[in-house]
Design a protein around this ligand. Structure first.
Ligand code: GDD
Ligand code: MN
Length: 249
């Protein structure tokens, strides 16, 4: 066997755990899972999808169980929690159960298209990045379907954070990312925030700890089914965390 063949043999033992936090995503879940499986089976990487449902009243978990029957329990892993405990802790819960050496984090509402996943993986492998972040704000990335208010909030949050913390990444609040598992664990251990603002803190901490970051331009499409769980209190949490990080990092 040639060296290169051996190389690819070894890296083929990499496994990607895709975390899908869900709260009332009954309509979206079958489509997102179908797409993930389609794109990952095509690319030949080993993977699992971990669904973390927080007791969705719309019956998302029942749908997830059906999907598990269709695709198999080695591909679809269910790690539900009793009630809605927030996005940040949903990820932490998922990481605990992940068997891959890489973790991919994405939304389940079709805002993050699974077609980008192979691009994240290839970029990581090319440069051995510690984390690869999807970006809406660089090199052809973008947002579709958001109203002016939502665009302003997102742009504003990114802009303020860029100025105050100079993080060296173009999309701080996005949550379509790939991490080496041990890197993600380290970041989680030093992260203080638990809500949506978690994403921003993670990438700031990553810079601080000198982890290497790659970026893949993505288009973020607003959800068609269901509604966003981002509210006024999340915006307040964000501002609070930003000031905290500004004061402490
Ligand atoms: N398990 C669990 N528990 N899942 C949750 C919870 C929760 O408490 N809250 C939200 N989710 C899930 C949703 O079901 C969806 O799959 C994903 O987390 C994102 O939630 P959305 O409500 O769709 O978020 P968004 O579209 O407003 O916000 C997106 O953009 C933000 C900034 O641009 C997300 O990607 C955020 O993470 C991001 O900060
Ligand atoms: Mn969404």
């Amino acid at each position: 066997m040639s060296v290169t063949a051996l190389d690819s043999e070894i890296t083929k033992s990499d496994k990607y755990s895709i975390l899908l936090p869900t709260y009332n995503e009954r309509e979206n879940l079958p489509i997102i899972i179908w797409l993930i499986i389609k794109y990952l089976d095509n690319s030949g990487y080993d993977y699992e999808v971990i669904v973390i449902d927080d007791g969705s009243p719309d019956g998302t978990l029942e749908v997830a169980k059906q999907l598990q029957k269709i695709y198999g329990s080695n591909k679809i892993v269910l790690r539900p929690r009793e009630k809605k405990l927030g996005l940040g802790t949903a990820y932490i819960h998922g990481i605990k159960h992940a068997t891959g050496n890489f973790i991919i984090i994405m939304d389940a509402d079709l805002s993050h298209h699974p077609k980008f996943i192979p691009k994240f993986i290839e970029l990581q492998r090319e440069h051995d990045y510690d984390l690869v972040s999807g970006t809406r704000y660089n090199n052809g990335g973008g947002v579709h379907g958001w109203d002016f208010k939502r665009k302003l909030i997102s742009r504003g949050a990114n802009f303020l954070t860029q100025i105050l913390l100079r993080p060296g990444a173009s999309d701080l609040t996005g949550s379509f990312r790939l991490y080496k598992k041990d890197v993600l664990q380290k970041l989680v251990d030093c992260c203080v925030s638990k809500g949506y603002v978690f994403q921003m803190e993670m990438i700031i901490r990553a810079r601080q700890l000198d982890f290497t970051i790659g970026e893949v331009p993505i288009t973020f499409v607003d959800r068609v089914y269901g509604e966003s769980k981002l509210g006024g209190s999340e915006i307040f949490q964000f501002a609070k965390a930003l000031l905290y990080l500004f004061a402490t990092t």
